[in-house]
Design a protein around this ligand. Sequence first.
Ligand code: RP5
Length: 162
Amino acid sequence: MSIQVAVIMGSRSDLDAMSEAVDVLKKFDIQYEVRALSAHRTPAAVKEYIGGLEARGVKVVIAGAGGAAHLAGVCAAHTALPVFGVPMKTSALGGLDSLLSTVQMPRGIPVGCTAIGGSGAYNAALMAVSILALADSEIASRLKAFREEQTAKAEAQSILEI
Ligand code: RP5
């Protein structure tokens, strides 16, 4: 099976948070690949990698970056595939810088921006799963089962004896 989701991050230092996306993709048995490429340090490599994804059959891009590096927007500029941007938590501004640089894409080149950090990466992967589920009934069943299990778990924990 060919790669369906490309996970890209600005630096290896983003891996802890971005591994939450990878964990979800593994759980749903989605084929993925991971790259550390930077919008500002390796811009030519980002262009070449992202520009080649559609021809390879990749369906969704998840891009995590910190600071005002704007990786997700740069990725979206080089592909018409759906791009989800995950703002990384930064020490200086707690991720607000990453959030604003990802969420405020000007009109015409959209980026779906998630929450900051690992939870955002986790949800970005779930959105990728939802997109893939539109054209794949097995993935759709796995997503349905995941949702049901999650609901059952939350219901089982609804009574608090304190
Ligand atoms: C961004 O700068 C990366 O996405 C990372 O979040 C941040 C810091 O990168 P390093 O200096 O740790 O490589 O480009």
